[in-house]
Design a protein around this ligand. Structure first.
Ligand code: ZN
Length: 236
């Protein structure tokens, strides 16, 4: 049962890297995504493109890549008043968190993923959460997810393992991980086709991919790619 994994795959760089990590490691990998009224809905199209191109360009993984599940979580968009789900400016709140924080989003995502995984005979859930280079979202923290792993396992009366391979990596190392798993081809695929930008900009091209260049997600992605590029130059 531990040779199968379900990857929380949003279409972003982090979850795409986790998908590659899982394809390298497990015999059978399925993906799950959520439509929750996010402003950057374009990521849902990007995730389809990434899945297609992974199959084409990394054929060694194609036989392992199984079903994709897309869940409608419109309710989450309805109950949260955030800059990620409503048309308002992205800003930092007094708590220090950006107002793009959708309360409990990852807890909800993993809970639904666990229910799907149970039905599919899968015990490993993989997510791209990271508390090294992040916006401070408390549901991305290692402690939150370790506690959730225990809760889900008890609540479903079945072993549930939550793997977060990016937890202690900065965003530069995440690009390096992609390179290590699938070489330059995978880095190029992720740079071109994964989507991080919170406002959904796919028109402006930067060295690190498409995005507005100003939102917190673009800033993290840009800084990470620069760090990755500098390290690559230094090591060549
Ligand atoms: Zn952006």
């Amino acid at each position: 049962m531990h040779n199968k994994a379900l990857v929380l795959f949003s279409g972003g760089q982090d979850s795409a890297t986790c998908l590659a990590w899982a394809l390298d490691r497990y015999d059978h990998v399925e993906t799950i995504g959520f439509d929750y009224g996010q402003r950057h809905r374009v990521e849902l199209e990007c995730r389809q493109t990434v899945l297609e191109k992974l199959r084409e360009q990394l054929p060694q993984w194609a036989p392992r890549l199984g079903e994709d599940h897309l869940l409608d979580l419109g309710l989450l968009g309805q109950i949260s008043d955030t800059a990620l789900t409503a048309d308002k400016a992205i800003a930092f709140e007094q708590s220090g968190l950006p107002n793009t924080f959708v309360p409990g989003r990852n807890i909800i995502f993993f809970t639904f993923a666990a229910a799907v995984a149970l039905r599919r005979g899968i015990s490993v859930l993989v997510g791209g959460m990271c508390e090294t280079d992040y916006s401070g979202y408390p549901d991305c923290r290692d402690d939150t997810l370790k506690a959730l792993q225990v809760t889900l396992g008890l609540g479903l009366d079945q072993r549930v393992v939550i793997e977060t391979p990016l937890m202690w990596l900065d965003k530069g190392r995440t690009w390096e991980m992609a390179e290590g798993l699938g070489g330059e081809a995978l880095v190029e695929l992720f740079r071109e086709e994964t989507h991080s930008c919170y406002v959904g900009d796919r028109a402006t091209r930067h060295p690190w991919g498409y995005g507005c260049g100003r939102c917190p997600a673009c800033e993290l992605r840009a800084a990470g790619f620069e760090r990755y590029s500098r390290r690559s130059i230094a090591s060549n």
